[in-house]
Write a protein that binds this ligand. Structure first.
Ligand code: ADP
Ligand code: MG
Length: 257
């Protein structure tokens, strides 16, 4: 995978909903290959920031750059196609489909070339239909997340934790560069939590970049080498887990919630 420096830069982001200012001038960067954590007390503006980055909300002001390109105001599918993806909850109509079918729905034509090469090393130059490529990639991804035994299960029958694994597997199907996760461990039992974190660390070593949005400070402190703290819509502090853990303002912000 080719390094691209600072894949994500958020610059002076503002988002208002009527009279409510959810994000109030947030600026931060996510470095290539990092596992960066975005934390903050409830209502800090984390999810709104996440939604602005991924195109779900249009920012009121400020800019978002992905690989030095201004992506502010692009539609979610346009942003995803560029290699910046997020996880989505399995929609109701997809619950009737199997786990394998859910993975194979990853938008066709969005499968990165490196992904195709990774799954079909012996087939380069030969004729492989996109359907076959996607199926191969889906099985490889199921295997990676250790949910291959659930391939023919309806997504609606999965446990909460298994759904989280499927949601992450779906996001990975397109071989993205930057993956945004909003509270990926909420409601996940400790065994699956460990597995999910382990997969994230492994993917990161393979060159993926992650921005993990979490309310739970400990998860972020224990797993992210760089932590950004939001409070009242802007960035209150940044640093390593240890720096943040001992930051008076951060402690105060969390105590005040
Ligand atoms: P966090 O994810 O850090 O808990 P949010 O981004 O969800 O924070 O919310 C930040 C603030 O913006 C909160 O005060 C919340 O009530 C408000 N807010 C978020 N989304 C909306 C919306 N769609 N309409 C109105 N207010 C919103
Ligand atoms: Mg939130």
């Amino acid at each position: 995978r080719t390094p691209t420096g600072v894949p994500l830069r958020v610059d002076g982001l503002v988002k208002r909903f009527g009279g409510v200012t959810a994000v109030d001038g947030a600026s931060f960067e996510v470095e290539q290959g990092s596992l960066t954590g975005l934390i903050g007390p409830n209502g800090a503006g984390k999810s709104t920031t996440f939604n602005c980055i991924t195109g779900v909300h249009e920012p009121t002001a400020g800019n978002i750059y992905f690989k030095n390109e201004d992506i502010t105001g692009l539609k979610p599918y346009q942003i995803a196609r560029k290699g910046l993806v997020r996880t989505f909850q399995i929609a109701r109509e997809l619950e009737e489909m199997t786990v394998l079918e859910n993975l194979m729905l990853a938008p066709k034509g969005q499968l990165g070339e490196s992904a195709i090469r990774a799954v079909t090393p012996g087939l380069r130059g030969e004729v492989v239909t996109q359907e076959e490529e996607i199926r191969e990639r889906a099985w490889e991804t199921l295997d990676f997340f250790e949910i291959d035994h659930l391939a023919t299960e309806h997504a609606g029958n999965l446990s909460g934790g298994q759904r989280k694994l499927l949601e992450m597997a779906r996001a990975l199907m397109t071989d993205p560069e930057l993956v945004l996760l909003d509270e990926p461990l909420a409601g996940v039992n400790p065994t699956l939590e460990e597995k999910l974190l382990d997969r994230i660390h492994q993917l990161r070593e393979d060159g993926y970049t992650f921005l993990l949005v979490e309310h739970d400070m400990d998860i972020i402190m224990n797993n992210c080498e760089h932590v950004i703290v939001m409070h009242q819509g802007s960035v209150l502090a940044e640093g390593t887990g240890d720096e943040i853990r001992n930051n008076e303002q951060v402690i105060e912000a969390y105590l005040g919630e």
